[in-house]
Design a binder for this molecule. Sequence first.
Ligand SMILES: NC(=O)c1ccc[n+]([C@@H]2O[C@H](COP(=O)([O-])OP(=O)(O)OC[C@H]3O[C@@H](n4cnc5c(N)ncnc54)[C@H](O)[C@@H]3O)[C@@H](O)[C@H]2O)c1
Length: 398
Amino acid sequence: MRQPAEPVRVRVRLPASSHDRSYDAAIGAGVLESLGAHVREAVGLAARRTALIIDTGVRAHGHDPTGSLRASGFEVIVLPVTPTERDKSIDTLASLLRGMAQAMVERGDVVVAVGGGVTGDLGGLAAGLYRRGIAVVQCPTTLLAMVDAAVGGKTAVNLPVGPPGGEYLLKNAVGVFHQPRVVLIDPNVLSTLPPRHVGAGLAECIKHAMIGASVGPGHADLLGWTRANLAAARRDGHVMAELIRRNVALKAEVVARDEHEQADDETGGRALLNLGHTFGHVLEVLPGLSMPDGRPVMLLHGEAVGLGLRAAAVTAQALGMTGATGLAIVDELLEAAGLPSQVRGLPDTSALVAAMAHDKKARGGAIRVILPTGPGQARVVASPDPAALAAGFDGLRG
Ligand SMILES: NC(=O)c1ccc[n+]([C@@H]2O[C@H](COP(=O)([O-])OP(=O)(O)OC[C@H]3O[C@@H](n4cnc5c(N)ncnc54)[C@H](O)[C@@H]3O)[C@@H](O)[C@H]2O)c1
């Protein structure tokens, strides 16, 4: 068997508290096959058990690190997770915690989360709560989780709220910040990820490119690089690995500066990562949408974010913050990623704008939205003119 190359490492630097909490995101083809050795290196010899919280879909595709973990001396407690938003729940969390307790997982042991963002969020939260917090290793298997969800320590489950019959899911309502010991990224696993989910991850990469220059000079060329390489990432593993490295590096820098999303100035801190999301969250839950060619669609989170990026670009243009070039670049990138830039069946615009006020980033009911201000640049805009937001949504009608 060919020896996998040494993974490329991106450091996530965090302010030290009682100990150094900084960690690496290691990106390398074949990392999953040698997962046990990487986990052992991250947690040391004292850990005896791993609670392997693994996405059932990922396992069905043959990605199963149980053997590798055992070969590195771990007793493995396999806890499968069905990756749906309904299952990203307190009930699932409780059953994971029970599974860990029944298997006598101890404080020095480790949770290994293998799967997409649903599994990573559940695994991270279970690790953050069990015995007041044990180590977690994140092993993301979707592009979205690799470039976004697995890095940064946010964990959460959804909460059903509302009266009987009118229940809805309050997304990510219950969670903790719990940083992983290491993030292990194997781009090879993307070979089995459905193309639509690859597109959803690419939407987050477009978002990162649109904020790169605002995050720091080290990311100022991310937009240019992404424009030159995005289309190739789907077919070329080397380009995909470099895309992941660049996006993880950007996320790492944002998180290092504003770990708990507390920056309150208009430059945004971690909130910059919400570019496209305030529009996207409204679109993501809408029933009855269809693609411009008439195919009915329930949007994936990343697809809704992609549309949200276009809406943000149109809104910024309507407010005179950017020219037409910004919108043209977003359209070019959405097309290169194979993402929709328009949909059919959107409800009345005023209802869409009103729904934005429910976003959890709103303060006192006032809408705060991240808008582009130039190539690779964005900032927070509080209480934007509703007519400009309406123009943003109307720009999505196919
Ligand atoms: N914690 C954070 O900072 C953060 C950031 C962004 C998103 N999220 C959360 O992430 C979730 C979305 O994550 P997601 O897009 O990764 O979706 P997901 O976890 O729902 O996975 C999507 C689908 O892909 C399948 N899958 C995963 N990896 C695969 C592979 N390699 N091959 C084949 N199939 C595979 C899964 O079985 C599932 O059916 C949401 O719940 C969102 O709230 C969290």
